[in-house]
Design a protein around this ligand. Sequence first.
Ligand SMILES: NC(=O)c1ccc[n+]([C@@H]2O[C@H](COP(=O)([O-])OP(=O)(O)OC[C@H]3O[C@@H](n4cnc5c(N)ncnc54)[C@H](OP(=O)(O)O)[C@@H]3O)[C@@H](O)[C@H]2O)c1
Length: 290
Amino acid sequence: VTRLLHLIGAGRTGSALGAAFARSGHPIGAVVARSAASAAEAVRRIGSGEPTIDPCRALRAGDRTLIALPEAAIAPTVAALATTRLRLDGAIVLHVAGSLDCEVLAPLRATGASVGTLHPCAAFPDRVAPPLAGVTFDLDGDAPAIAVARELVDRIGGHALELPRGGKPLFHAAACLSANSLTALLEPAIRMAQAAGASEPQARAAMTALARSAVDAVAKRGAIQALTGPIERGEHDVIAAHVAALDRLAPELASTYRQLARLTLATARRRDGRDPARDDAIERLLAERR
Ligand SMILES: NC(=O)c1ccc[n+]([C@@H]2O[C@H](COP(=O)([O-])OP(=O)(O)OC[C@H]3O[C@@H](n4cnc5c(N)ncnc54)[C@H](OP(=O)(O)O)[C@@H]3O)[C@@H](O)[C@H]2O)c1
């Protein structure tokens, strides 16, 4: 029996995952979007599958279904599907949302399906799919759903991470800090470099290369040991010069710098062998002006 992988929702995430599973040799079944044109476009991106606007076509006994809908659309779609008297014995239904656990799919258990989640710790900002090898996928769900989720993650070279019940929202919060907050702190960094005289492309290239090396150091050494720079070294006068330059050239960014530098100091203080008096002096320098 050929088990198909169906997709309900095939926007940025659904089509990136669908394309990766198709490339791994997994047969793709229905590809569901809200409009026929969008479904056809998704099938083109994935490279196989049957475009449709009918989610019922994406559920079949023994098959696998990935739900890649926006968070708010999952529960209503599941409620509609659960009332259709489909018999789905042996089917596996997984959603890819980060913040929700498998219980949003619970109504489908009555059809005979096992439910779970498979959330890629990856950003899909556009329809160009990033490579998924090495990406962690956090999972939860019923035992048969977890087993299939692990098999799917293996196929595309990802790492499966099963979370205990209740762990999903906090893990998602951590993922948002790592991706979204990192982006949000690079944005003022790039503007600061521009205020210092770099062009936007120069500032972007310099700051992103530097950020990449910092991220690599965290991967190798752990966050606390990876910290470098004047705050880690306790250089009060260097930080005073930053604050003075900000006040002169980019006063609108001074408060952002202070806030993030205080966060840096909190990380530095977790290192062994700090001089607390020196750290307190830096803390006073970084306090908001009244
Ligand atoms: N983007 C990321 O970086 C990322 C990363 C990890 C996980 N995720 C998860 O992936 C899921 C989808 O996000 P996305 O960024 O891929 O969204 P997206 O690009 O907007 O795609 C959403 C898909 O769902 C369909 N859809 C939207 N609203 C619907 C509704 N009310 N009823 C039925 N179908 C609907 C859309 O159909 P049409 O094409 O016809 O509009 C489209 O196929 C979310 O749960 C998100 O948490 C996203």
